[in-house]
Design a binder for this molecule. Structure first.
Ligand code: PMP
Length: 340
């Protein structure tokens, strides 16, 4: 019989898919790592699994213990499914302003939600800081322990990509990968994959694809953390060098405006049947830029982070797109003209 021993064994081992139009347009082979095929439907399942395993190994989390995190999205879903599968509780602190879809998805995956007012990071009542305090309080009272996942500065996050995503990309391309492109939320993916690839071949070019509103593009091009503009993409856009990003070797950086990334999302859906979220659009647009810079004949890998359906009420709403001055794809409003 051929089966996996539980949902945790469904995390990782995702295939690479050739992005036909991006490859044809550049003369390169542009490959997307299908992270939306993880059981929680995003790249964050890998980090969630490593963070929990690390806490178990350190003895901080015992069966029946509690995992706490401040997150609005994919990490919370990953932690909730890992918690359910491994016999823990997941407590997710989320700003009230987050979409109903996200809250419903987290609840459906079994997370206990703590909704708090949305205030900036510098405020002590910011949701991330509250999640740290809840974890501290629970760690004192819960007999089986409680941990704060702390995805931004917990390097078990990037270790997931150093030990799994990166080596998978190397093996799947038979070491022929020439470039890797990734956006950054925590930096776990970019740092972990780049470390794994550079370890095997230091000549592999590593590129950051940054949305407007993030500060890393200016950091890697001019040495200064400076944010400019804004973006509708979710889950990415970092303003500081997290512990996960420390020491990452980034050769090139691109700032990808929504006018470039969102049409890329629609192009992949319309022509290749890939329904992806906005950060995948940033990544593929970045891969196209790197391919143009490196020239034809190269193999470039990027991450297809999550499913577009996670952003249904915004990304696929013509009213929302118009409000943001973004082009509305014709098929989104088309219906067949047939008499029945
Ligand atoms: N895309 C999406 C949709 C995400 O939720 C995240 C994680 N927040 C990322 C990309 C970036 O991943 P990382 O945290 O590894 O930088």
């Amino acid at each position: 019989m051929n089966f996996r021993d539980g949902v945790l064994e469904l995390i990782g081992g995702t295939p690479l898919v050739k992005l036909r139009r991006a490859s044809e347009a550049t003369g390169c082979t542009i490959l997307g790592k299908c992270e939306f095929l993880n059981p929680g439907q995003s790249v964050k399942d890998r980090a969630a699994l490593f963070i929990v395993q690390d806490a178990i190994e350190r003895g901080e989390l015992r069966p029946g213990g509690t995992i706490v995190e401040g997150t609005a999205g994919n990490t919370g879903i990953g932690l909730a499914l890992v918690a359910a599968a491994a016999g823990f509780r997941a407590v997710i602190v989320i700003p009230e302003t987050q979409s109903q879809e996200k809250k419903d998805t987290l609840r459906a995956f079994g997370a206990e939600l703590v909704e708090v007012p949305a205030v900036p990071y510098r405020n002590p009542n910011n949701y991330v800081k509250i999640s740290g305090r809840i974890a501290e309080a629970l760690a004192r009272t819960e007999p089986n322990g409680a941990i704060w996942a702390n995805q931004f500065d917990n390097v078990a996050n990037r270790r997931a990509h150093l030990e799994t995503t990166g080596p998978e990309i190397w093996a799947q391309t038979e070491g022929k990968v020439d470039g890797f492109v990734s956006a950054v939320g925590t930096g776990g993916t970019l740092a972990g994959v780049s470390m794994a690839l550079k370890e095997r071949n230091p000549a592999i070019r590593i590129a950051l694809a940054d949305p407007p509103g993030a500060a890393l593009y200016s950091y890697y091009t001019a040495g200064e953390l400076k944010a400019e503009g804004s973006s509708i993409t979710e889950g990415i856009g970092q303003g500081r060098i997290t512990a996960n990003l420390e020491g990452a070797e980034v050769d090139l950086a691109y700032r990808i405006p929504d006018e470039e990334s969102i049409p890329q999302v629609f192009d992949l859906l319309e022509h290749e049947g890939l329904c992806l979220g906005g950060s995948s659009g940033v990544n593929v647009a970045g891969a196209v830029r790197l391919a143009r810079e490196m020239g034809p004949g190269h193999t470039i890998v990027t991450i297809l982070c999550d499913y577009g359906t996670r952003y249904q009420s915004r990304l696929f709403d013509p009213g929302f797109l118009r409000e943001k001055n973004l082009p509305v794809p014709a098929w989104l409003e088309r219906s067949p003209s047939v008499e029945i």
